[in-house]
Design a protein around this ligand. Sequence first.
Ligand SMILES: C[S@@+](CC[C@H](N)C(=O)[O-])C[C@H]1O[C@@H](n2cnc3c(N)ncnc32)[C@H](O)[C@@H]1O
Length: 557
Amino acid sequence: MKNVSWPERTSRTDPFHDEPPARSGFEDYQRRGGTATEEQYERLANELVAALSSGGRPESIQQQARALLVWGPARPDRRTELPPAPYIPKVDDVARIAADFCPIAATEAADRILGPLALALDPAIPEHRTTQLAALAHHVFMLPDGSGRKVGRSFDPGKSSFEQWLRRKPRPSAAERGALRAVYRAPYSAWILHRQVGDEWILEDLVGLTPPSVPTEPVQIGPIGCPIREARPGDTLLARVVRGPDGWRAFAPIAIPGGPPRHKIQTWVHTELIRGRLTQRSLTVERLLRRRGHVLARRICEWAWIAGDDDPYGLGPLYDLEYVNHTEDLRHYTDLAIESDGPVLELGCGTGRLLLSIAAMGFAVHGVDRSATMLAQLDEKLARQGAGIRSRVTFGRGDFQTWTPNRQYPLVLLPFNAIHHCRHRDEMVAMLGVVRRALAPGGIFALDCYLPDLELYDRDPDQRFEERIFEDPRTGARLRSWEQGWWDTKTQIHHVVYVYCHEDGREERAHLQFSMYELDELRATFTEAGFEIVNEASDFSGGALLADSLKWVGVLR
Ligand SMILES: C[S@@+](CC[C@H](N)C(=O)[O-])C[C@H]1O[C@@H](n2cnc3c(N)ncnc32)[C@H](O)[C@@H]1O
């Protein structure tokens, strides 16, 4: 899939454009009392844009934005205080045209072409996956590309009905045109489908819109785009939400499962807001999303697509319960962080068990993980940390076999057996390529993993092991847990199923698959990929590696 960055330039113009053109950044800066020369201003502005693009540290971005007088809370958007347009006449007509007219909203295309196509191709594809595919494909194919050309035009059902509609005889009435304008003026934004009330939904705003844009009552949504799978509470809804005389309505909606955590979306929007304010001080979140909402939507779809929810780590809070006492590796990895002096990259960072300890020691650390659930749990834990730790941690969703680093690190970690998620040698080689690109010259790559344990694999697959009683962190109720496992000789995969049994007998399961590698195979793969083994041991205290060692702890360069 094409990697899209937020923001993305498009040539799309607002046909109802009634805003003054963006002022030159420097004039705007002077009007606000800035005293730097134009040359100094340009330099600072370029530095800020570079820091925003490379995911610079939040506190230095804040400092730079303050110096340029573009820092501050988002102001309310006065335009949305306009009285609602009288769109009673032909609501459905307007909805259809809005969906057709805005490429972001052409959900019909996604429904008609991509949904059935994906289903026809493979009925075994889980429905949530097809929905994500349709939403992503829609946002990739239906948009103008950077040059202003519309990519994948052939996917478009074809009728530029807005223009046809405008030329229609008799001409659309002022009320009808006003209706479309009201839809168009609503920011294309991201919401959580919170709860269904009859045929309507309670929506939660995800981006920090100001009151007039936020529905105060349940919203009529429909038809929902990509309706391959029914919309469910917790889905991320992408839509323009408008209040009219017959209540609140969401136009051009797409509901996708597995969107990014709220904090992540807000960071994207806030970063873009600062960038936009370099040329337009009065930029509001609403105005930003009117212009660029489709790019945010695309980013959200990509996030959802990367992992789907066939996620073996889909029980994030329970993972923490299981591993809260797993601290034996902390010292080893934090010592390496001290030696490297940071910043640190952790691949497969999960819920931040290690990442947060590294940040607590004063190092900037970036985490990458494929699991939305694990990252959502990290996000929650991060919100409970002090400002210092929060400012040092950044994270993103990505696959460590394909992820593209946008800077280099003196220390890259792949801790706590994450390498077993490379299913075969080729995947390991791909991961090592990512590590090489992320490592600064002379940098260190540290990881640990299991070595094959034939005794463990001999266990009866039907028998329960490690039975424990927990308190479910989500409900406070009693939870019984155990693990079962089996060994697949052909694929060399050790399957481990964690079973969590609730008091009412309901069960949740996490099925992890660990691809096992012999020590010689590991060493050979590292060497062939151009890494030198600087240090290796059988545990985190530096124990010697013996023929029957079950653990490998390595430091590579
Ligand atoms: C055993 S957990 C380790 C989590 C964390 N590093 C810790 O020490 O607690 C392995 C993590 O790797 C992640 N993971 C597995 N395959 C991945 C991939 N291809 N790309 C990114 N993350 C992946 C999983 O989602 C999971 O969070």
